[in-house]
Design a protein around this ligand. Sequence first.
Ligand code: FAD
Length: 398
Amino acid sequence: MSNNHAVIIGAGAAGLMCAISAAESGVDVLVIDHANKAGKKILISGGGRCNFTNMYTEPSNYLSQNPHFCKSALKRYTQWDFIAEVDRVGLPWHEKKLGQLFSDNKSQAILDMLLNRCDELGVTIRLNCTMETVSQQENGFILNTNQGVIECHALVVASGAMSFPTMGATDFGHKLAKKFGLNITETRPGLVPFTLDARDLAPLKNLSGVAIDAMVSCRDMSFRENILFTHKGLSGPAILQISSYWKPGQSVTVCMLPDIDLAQFFKDAQQNQPNKQLNTVLRQHFPERLIEAFCQDFDLSKPLQQYKHKDLTSIAERFQNWQFIPSGTEGYKKAEVTLGGVDTDEVSSKTFEAKSVKGLYFIGEVLDVTGHLGGFNFQWAWASGHCCGKAIADSMTA
Ligand SMILES: Cc1cc2nc3c(=O)[nH]c(=O)nc-3n(C[C@H](O)[C@H](O)[C@H](O)COP(=O)(O)OP(=O)(O)OC[C@H]3O[C@@H](n4cnc5c(N)ncnc54)[C@H](O)[C@@H]3O)c2cc1C
């Protein structure tokens, strides 16, 4: 049997950061993970270059039943703190767009930075370690694992949630929280591609791979970035962002090339170049395949002067007020995050300790805090992990 001050379940972004900050303050830390490798999601993140934070991180970039919960940790461990750490070890990075910071090197560099620091601080990481039972005892917890019994004073659940099960994701953290009587808010996949039913997909079947700048809206949220047509429906950053706000049955509106008022543009072109074909004018702005798909039933080959205003407005609407109802999403298998999770009302926003279970902590994606696309989810993992680690250290000296 081994006895540790703190055991962290999950060697992902939040768990490793928590281990570092606790160990920096002298806590004896053991991290356990059922996977055969630490930080698998870090490795696949950002297309292999880890979008590790966002320069413009604000609480408004997060979804949660309690939008105030994330404020304290994001303030106490900011994007600049993580950037300072990356700079300290000399890792090169760049801003891709919209404040999104990526590693110049492969994501492995970010993971190595965390693992090397754990190593320097004497943090033990035990992989291939599966949990059989977890129970509370006087002054801590007792874990039965496939690698023996482990005792600890503080137990941190950093096991993430259900998105991308191929990377070791499970609902373990939610089940554990429930076992200790904590509430879980409704969970669903977020940052996930939409699917369309066969009837809606049929006219778009040749568009797979086409991307275009668009403003995508659902309810009162809008995101401006590219959308990407896929063989199942729609993806691309603007779609992933809006998917976190979408609920089944709701309609999504797409305005392609939102900087141009297309109806006005047609009318001006009709006056200035009356003999130009509508087709030619459209090709100035849209890929051929997109025009074919969206105007299949319309003769575009006539000179502009032969169209009525209402016809031109109707063509403009097809591109700039396209509404559809997704049949669903591609699910947890393709979702970058899980929305919902351990109810933030159950957890202290300062320490991340469960209010009703002394010594039990929840950090990272397992909580009901989900970031927008663009580095915000890692920033949440770093911030919650850091603050929890410090709180555990403080509890030792209290
Ligand atoms: C394809 C993809 C790309 C992404 N890209 C980005 C990006 O570029 N920028 C960004 O900010 N966010 C990105 N994200 C989101 C980001 O990866 C997560 O928000 C973040 O990893 C959450 O950190 P976490 O430590 O809470 O959970 P995780 O990183 O999921 O770590 C949880 C750990 O717990 C372990 N675990 C789970 N169950 C058990 C169990 N029962 N017993 C023991 N161990 C267990 C897992 O093996 C895992 O190692 C991406 C996600 C995906 C899927």
